[in-house]
Design a protein around this ligand. Structure first.
Ligand SMILES: Nc1nc2c(c(=O)[nH]1)N[C@@H](CN(C=O)c1ccc(C(=O)N[C@@H](CCC(=O)O)C(=O)O)cc1)CN2
Ligand SMILES: [Mg+2]
Length: 302
């Protein structure tokens, strides 16, 4: 008699996928430099002392340079005024060597985040947060797309090929991840639902999803037994928790139980996270090409 094999999900290697995307970005940068004599430039603005933000910005600067692009780094003190930050953005908007502008979030409390994002030239808004880009994405036109959802879309396409007709659930309705993710999935012709903190029966919603994307910041919110068997699960959560006296990173999905039910799943760390910066580089190349009226580089955007 043969024993039933336990189902074990394929673990999606976001680090490897991001490394491959960065190689494609680097090749495209070299090709563009050859044909135009110019190198794409990315300006990164960091205000204050948030420790995680410093790590992310350091990685953004390093990976920008490794891709052969120019990095313009602006570190401002925590007490920077809104006026000074807006003046810097105006200078970056006007600088022809800057093709992408990114203001690292979160910003200190005295600064109006929305006003700062709206001050960025939408053509240089490589985070895709400006309402022009939000509106373009929502109306099915070419936009600059937020980096984390764009990374998720690339992982899903690599895993599933066509997403058409699939039932997708996005858990979390943030402007940075949940809402743009839902728009991207809709554009792929998925049947899309968005769940949030007031969703009445989250388990019942999760059970129906062939594609599940979770971005809530609640560690271990989704246990494996809620999943539809074979589902593709992308875990966007990055939560620092204490386990056995040590600080560890965990996602919003309980990985140990979920991998016994899912068809494929991203780990934390090493899943969706690394795609965020790789997609930022890709967006910078896309912004550069569009600004110069060049053909869209293939495979770098939605
Ligand atoms: N302006 C922006 N601010 C923020 C964004 C953003 O896209 N634009 N996203 C996050 C932070 N972020 C990039 O800025 C980011 C988060 C996580 C990772 C990543 O590689 N995570 C690793 C784990 C890293 C760790 O050890 O902490 C992983 O998941 O494997 C990269 C970038 C908020 N702010
Ligand atoms: Mg504020």
């Amino acid at each position: 008699m043969t024993m039933a094999q336990p189902i074990t999900a394929r673990v999606i290697d976001g680090r490897a996928f991001a490394a491959d995307l960065r190689t494609r970005v680097r090749d495209e940068v070299a090709r563009l430099a050859d044909s135009t004599g110019q190198t794409p430039g990315l300006a990164v603005v960091l205000v204050g002392e948030d420790a995680a933000s410093h790590v992310y910005v350091r990685n953004k600067v390093r990976q920008t340079r490794e891709a052969g692009m120019q990095s313009h780094e602006h570190q401002l003190p925590a007490e920077t005024s809104q006026e000074d930050l807006l003046a810097l953005i105006a200078r970056l908007n006007a600088d022809p060597s800057v093709h992408g502008i990114l203001v690292q979030l979160p910003l200190p409390a005295q600064i109006d985040t929305h006003a700062v994002i709206q001050a960025i030239d939408p053509a240089k808004d490589v985070d895709g947060f400006h309402i022009n880009n939000v509106g373009l994405l929502g109306t099915g036109q070419k936009a600059l797309v937020p980096c984390t959802p764009l990374g998720c879309l690339m992982l899903l396409r690599a895993e599933l090929g066509s997403l058409e007709g699939r039932r997708a659930l996005v858990v979390g309705a943030s402007n940075i991840v949940g809402k743009p993710m839902a728009q991207l999935l809709l554009a792929e012709k998925c049947t899309v639902a968005i769940a949030h903190s007031r969703t009445r029966d989250l388990e019942a919603e999760v059970r129906q999803a062939e594609i599940l994307i979770v971005a809530t910041g609640v560690p271990g919110l989704i246990p494996g037994h809620w999943l539809r068997p074979g589902a593709v699960v992308l875990d966007v959560g990055i939560n620092r928790v204490e386990r056995e006296g040590k600080e560890v990173l965990v996602g919003d999905v309980d990985f140990a139980s979920a991998r016994k039910v899912a068809g494929a799943i991203t780990p934390v760390p090493g899943g969706v996270g690394p795609m965020t910066i790789a997609c930022l580089l890709a967006n910078t190349v896309t912004a550069f090409a569009r600004a110069r009226g060049l053909p869209e580089p293939a495979g770098l955007t939605q």
